[in-house]
Design a protein around this ligand. Structure first.
Ligand SMILES: Cc1ncc(COP(=O)(O)O)c(C=O)c1O
Length: 396
């Protein structure tokens, strides 16, 4: 039998992640293994959330686009890139768009473009855990800048600035952020000024942009005054935009001063050419999929708003404080301080068979945050919420 150390010697250090074995992970695994009925409020895969997909229309698009010739265009086909600009970024040059199979892959491309091993990038906390893995794989250090709960999860700009050093290459912002649901708004000028002063690239992850509950909240980096002075990138993708994660297509809009932008695009082209990852068929289908997307966005926004109002009625009857997000697919429950988030997660699993993620998975600083997916089918959500309330009442 090989020991862990012997096995580790055969593989790279950067891939030596250990399976998380926290009490919450173990309790979730035990519940699922025992096939015990439970109420999972963490489902984020829209294709598994009982949403009304336009199946016939999707099949017709696939029929028309799956048997076309292969066009190995590294940054994506001209027609796919043009369709994105026409629908999402009027006035942007299609030559300054890069396609990849997913937003995660675009992050990989961007770190390859901007960073050498030992460089660092700044990312929000709380935030999406994907960055940890991508940072590890690229040998890039992540520096977390705090979002301030008391100020609607706005960026702590002083802490952000203090985190910059000579090895910092980029600031990543996520708007709406996963899982706080907060949007960047008044922070754009300070972010742009800092990037200009320190020669940093500003990357704005806007995958959840169509899910702002009031469209006037927040806006795209592409529209921010002064963004043209710095190298900047706005990210989006079909997995959220059209609720089609299996179609595997995402985009990066790149902007900024001409020499920087052209160099970035030339280098991105070579990186993308190494993989040529998005399929021809999804690129050919893109204009039709973008046209279908508003239908899915409406269905998801309706689901999220219904679940949010259900969650808010919990506030009236229990010691749980639901935090209303500005956008996105997640909701936060702030639990009474008698337990930390992990202990609350375990208690809800064992006493109510309700699955919620402890906030520590997303680097919440303070205790007692649990994260729920607003995509959860409404009946399950309702039952889950009333079970949470019963456990909290019983506990004190
Ligand atoms: C903020 C954020 N960015 C990127 C992604 C990854 O998107 P993709 O499915 O396009 O890789 C996710 C996935 O949930 C996300 O929450």
């Amino acid at each position: 039998m090989n020991t862990d150390d012997e096995l580790d010697r055969r593989f790279s250090e950067k891939s030596a992640w250990r399976e998380a074995r926290t009490p919450w992970n173990l309790a979730v695994a035990a519940l699922r293994d025992a096939a015990t009925p439970h109420w999972d409020l963490t489902q984020t895969n829209p294709t598994d959330a009982e949403l009304p997909y336009p199946v016939e229309a999707l099949m017709e698009i696939a029929r028309q686009t799956s048997a076309l010739p292969y066009d190995p265009a590294p940054l994506g086909t001209a027609s796919a890139r043009r369709s994105l600009v026409d629908r999402l970024a009027a006035g942007h040059d299609p030559d300054d768009v890069c396609l990849a199979a997913s937003t995660s892959e675009l992050y990989r491309f961007l770190l390859d473009l901007l960073c050498d091993a030992g460089d660092n990038i700044l990312v929000p906390a709380p935030g999406y855990p994907l960055f940890d893995m991508i940072g590890d794989l690229n040998g890039v250090e992540l520096r977390f800048y705090p979002l301030l709960e008391a100020d609607g999860w706005s960026i702590d700009l002083d802490a952000l600035e203090a985190a910059v050093d000579s090895r910092t290459r980029a600031i990543i912002v996520v708007t709406p952020n996963n899982p706080t649901g907060s949007c960047i708004d008044h922070e754009w000028p300070a972010l742009i000024e800092l990037c200009l002063a320190q020669q940093l690239t500003l990357i704005s992850d806007e995958v959840f942009a169509p899910y702002r509950f009031r469209p006037t909240d927040g806006g795209s980096l592409l529209d921010a005054a002064g963004a043209e002075q710095i190298l900047h990138v706005a990210l989006g993708g079909l997995s959220k935009y059209a609720a089609l994660p299996g179609h595997k297509l995402s985009w990066a809009f790149v902007g900024g001063p001409t020499a920087l932008r052209r160099t970035a695009m030339r280098r991105l082209e070579t990186i993308a050419d190494t993989f040529l990852s998005p399929s021809s068929s999804v690129q050919a289908a893109l204009p039709a999929l973008l046209d279908l997307a508003p239908e899915m966005q409406r269905a998801i926004r309706g689901r999220c708003l219904e679940n949010l109002s259900q969650m808010e009625s919990l506030a009236a009857t229990s010691a749980v404080t639901p935090l209303r997000p500005t956008g996105g697919w997640s909701a936060l429950l702030k639990m009474p301080r008698i337990l930390d988030d992990e202990a609350w997660g375990v208690r809800l699993l064992t006493e109510a068979r309700v699955v919620l993620q402890p906030g520590s998975l997303y680097r919440f600083g303070g205790p007692g945050f649990l994260v729920a997916s607003l995509l959860t089918p409404t009946e399950r959500w309702r039952e889950g919420m009333s079970r949470i309330s019963a456990v909290v009442d019983r506990f004190g």
